[in-house]
Design a protein. Structure first.
Lengths: 143, 660
């Protein structure tokens, strides 16, 4: 069994350069498109604070439990992934996620979710490109 | 040579045309410009040449404002949040001409995500207006309710109305009142600063432009782009001279930043205001530069005198003044040139001018003076015309020494003295010679053309000349086949000046960050590594490869240089159209008779003239006016430009006195 990993964010280090989101969409979709990334970097200009929104790979994922069609299932690395052909676009997963880490793309009509770049030898591309280590890959808190 | 001129990625595809007078919005395709101009600064020069009427003033409604991204803007390519703004600069003395500025951050990318590579603005609105771009919905909106708000509040309010992901360009009160060094601001730390384009916006009643896009940028070869970025990221990003900074300042790891600067340099620190609000450290006059150490070290000299270091009000107070500058929409450099002038006033016993007290050593006074500049009140109204025009107005009223100092501080046609070895920076021979050639031939100060190519290398020489000279000799030999290029002499420097200019035209057209590119030297970890290395030359092909990965256009170095040379010739033709020529540029010579701060070197008027001979000959421009020659223009595919330049030459010859 491969040890389950997750992404840990350190927003206090973030400067909103968007390298993570651009690398994510480039790797998964072949273009640089913030709307197609599996994570978001949000900035509050009023306070100059940042938020990195990405799936925490919960031990008991609410998104999976909420899906009426079982279109979210664990892959070989223990990560919930969306089987797009089976997704009913009902939004139940989105509503259930406590971290608002599922994203609906209006242009392509799909829900998007981080899969930890499943199968990529170097691991999640967002953590690899982050210039300030605001996203790191850590063992998930499971036995 | 362009092997494949049809882009498969990198471009949004359309250019927006906005006529503020007629209130019309149209689009045109980007593609016809791509092969010859790529984007950014080169694209702007082409549009300005074709569409900006000759002889107009910066505040004439016919003046264009061009906002141009490039093929790399908004992609994962490193440092590509950059966008170019171009227009006529009201700061330039004695009269406006066409120039350009670059602005970092998130606006350019968002504009492309909305589907537009550039915006061309002409005319003037009859009342305050803003342009709203939301994907393909583009409209002019009344902005009377925002007129008078500062640039930060304007941005916050528009984000409240349109969503936090909306990106905003905005002017503050300084722009509204046509202060000649007013900025266009974006986010906290980004500005089109030096050239006073904020005042041009103000003259057009244009308060803000917002962009929100939900699309993306296609990439021709995603795997190649990611591979290049990751390989680049394996280096620590240390620009060479930053290794001379003390440890502990912003130790960032990788240069992969796309839209915010995260470089491993002092300019990307966080700072805090007195009320506890975090602010970004900011390039140019920013927190990192205005630390006690830096300000204590910096002494202004030149103009035949030495002026003490400026007072430093402490990091939090300095951060506040910087924030105020950005909110009011004033170029932060105004403080850097005015502080020594004001201090010299006090040293000469002048404590008031026209009844306005002069107390530059008090933070509260400076804050009030900034408000008065932006609102054009009292003495602020006079200095809102910029330092050179203020010196003209005060001539005979103040000691001649002060007038002379003011004129030296902005000797370059109104731009702050910088990178020329006399005032702010210590650039030993031959680096200030490159700058001198660039001051004499470009539309603006060459600051942005010399960060990586001059500043970084000069700092190595200053840090350890014995170690640096042989290494830079190798670099010069490998890069240009001219081993003497960095030798401390005046001869044979023109090829390097032209190379720097062409490289920076390319960097401003892709665009990339001029602090990071071109990679003339490899990233250096620390002094130990620097000393151990024999070859320090960097990766001078990175820009070409990353362009190919994003666009699929496989353009060789010769082809890229040709694009740069074409755009530079166009910029020079735009200067000719505005009446600028070599005789005006010879007027810069006295500044370079002042001794270089670093090594005491200088050059007399005859020597300066020889530098210009060498430079213009290297460019293939004529030696009398310094204008492009017909055959050179035709080789660059600019036959119609050659015709107009020939007509301008005939006009000048007709005006010259004839010998009996």
């Amino acid at each position: 069994m491969v040890a389950k990993l997750t992404l840990v964010t350190h927003p206090e280090l973030c400067r909103d350069c968007q390298a993570c989101t651009l690398a994510c969409s480039l790797y998964h979709e072949g273009e640089c498109n913030l709307s197609l990334a599996r994570l978001r970097v949000l900035k509050d200009m009023e306070s100059y604070r940042f938020e990195i929104v990405v799936c925490r790979q919960c031990d008991e994922p609410d998104c999976m439990a909420a899906c009426p069609n079982e279109a979210l299932r664990l892959n070989d690395w223990g990560v919930p992934v969306i089987f797009q052909d089976e997704c009913l676009l009902c939004g139940a997963c989105d509503t259930a996620c406590p971290y608002t880490a599922l994203f609906y793309d209006h242009r392509t009509g799909r829900y998007l979710k981080c899969d930890m770049c499943a199968g990529r030898d170097e691991g999640p591309v967002c953590a690899q490109v982050c210039p300030v280590a605001a996203i790191t890959v850590e063992p998930a808190e499971v036995p | 040579m362009v092997l494949n001129a049809v882009p498969k990625g990198g471009y949004a595809g359309n250019i927006l045309d906005v006529d503020l007078t007629a209130r019309t919005i149209t689009t045109r395709p980007t593609l016809p410009y791509v092969a010859d101009y790529l984007g950014g600064r080169a694209l702007a020069a082409r549009i300005a040449w074709e569409e900006m009427p000759a002889g107009v003033d910066a505040f004439d409604p016919a003046a264009l404002v061009i906002i141009a991204t490039g093929p790399l803007t908004g992609t994962l390519a490193p440092t590509t949040g950059r966008t170019v703004m171009a227009s006529l600069s009201p700061r330039i003395y004695p009269k406006a001409w066409y120039t350009h500025s670059t602005i970092g951050g998130w606006f350019g990318p968002e504009l492309k995500y909305a589907g537009f590579d550039a915006i061309v603005i002409r005319g003037a609105a009859s009342s305050p207006a803003r342009l709203e771009v939301a994907d393909d919905k583009v409209q002019l909106v009344d902005a009377a309710d925002l007129w008078g708000a500062d640039a930060r509040q304007t941005q916050l309010e528009l984000k409240r109305r349109l969503g936090s992901e909306t990106q905003v360009l905005a002017i503050g009160p300084a722009g509204e009142r046509r202060v000649r060094f007013a900025t266009v601001q974006h986010s906290e730390e980004n500005a089109a600063g030096h050239s006073g384009f904020g005042a041009v916006w103000g003259s057009k009643n244009l308060k803000a432009i917002t962009a929100r896009g939900t699309g993306g940028i296609r990439v021709a070869d995603p795997a190649a782009l990611l591979d290049e970025v990751l390989r680049f990221g394996k280096f620590r990003p240390t620009p060479s001279y930053m290794a001379t900074l003390p440890p502990g300042v912003a130790q960032k790891r990788k240069p992969i930043c796309s839209q915010a600067c995260t470089f491993n340099c002092g300019v990307s620190n966080y700072g805090f205001l007195e009320d506890g609000r975090a602010v970004p450290g900011q390039c140019v006059g920013g927190l990192a530069w205005v630390t006690e150490d830096v300000m204590g070290y910096t002494r202004y000299s030149g103009g035949g005198m030495e002026v003490p270091a400026a007072p430093n009000f402490g990091l939090k107070k300095e951060a506040w003044l910087l924030e105020l500058c950005n909110s009011l929409g004033l170029d932060v450099w105004f403080r850097l040139v005015m502080i020594p002038w004001l201090i010299r006033c006090r040293e000469l016993g002048i404590d008031a001018i026209r009844g306005y007290p002069i107390r530059p050593d008090e933070r509260e006074w400076f804050e009030q003076f900034m408000h008065d500049l932006a609102q054009r009140r009292g003495l602020g109204d006079l200095f809102a015309e910029d330092l050179l025009r203020a010196m003209d107005a005060l001539e005979g009223e103040l000691p001649a020494e002060l007038i002379a100092l003011g004129r030296e501080l902005e000797f370059g046609f109104g731009y702050p003295a910088h990178r020329e070895g006399r005032f702010w920076d210590e650039e030993p021979l031959p680096f200030w010679v490159f700058s001198a050639m660039m001051y004499a031939s470009e539309s603006r100060d060459p600051t942005i053309g010399t960060h990586q190519s001059g500043l970084m290398l000069a700092d190595w020489v200053l840090f350890d000349s014995g170690e640096a000279r042989p290494k830079l000799r190798r670099v010069a030999e490998q890069a240009w086949g001219i081993p003497d290029a960095f030798e401390p002499s005046f001869e044979g420097k023109a090829p390097v000046a032209v190379w720097i200019q062409n490289q920076h035209m390319l960097i401003d057209s892709l665009p990339l960050c001029d602090f990071a590119f071109p990679l003339l030297t490899r990233p250096i970890e620390d002094h130990v590594q620097w000393r151990a290395l024999t070859d320090v030359i960097g990766d001078l092909d990175f820009d070409r490869r990353i362009l190919a990965a994003v666009t699929g256009m496989n353009i060789d170095r010769e082809g890229l240089t040709r694009i740069s040379a074409r755009a530079f010739a166009l910029e020079r033709a735009l200067l000719a159209r505005a009446g600028r020529s070599r005789p005006m540029e010879e007027g810069l010579a006295p500044h370079f008779r002042l001794p270089c701060r670093a090594d005491g070197t200088s050059i007399d008027a005859a020597g300066f003239s020889r530098l210009l001979d060498e430079y213009f000959a290297e460019r293939g421009f004529d030696l009398k006016l310094g204008w492009p020659q017909p055959e050179g223009l035709e080789r660059l595919g600019l036959a119609e430009v050659a015709e107009e330049i020939a007509a301008l030459r005939r006009q000048r010859e007709a005006m010259e006195p004839k010998c009996p």
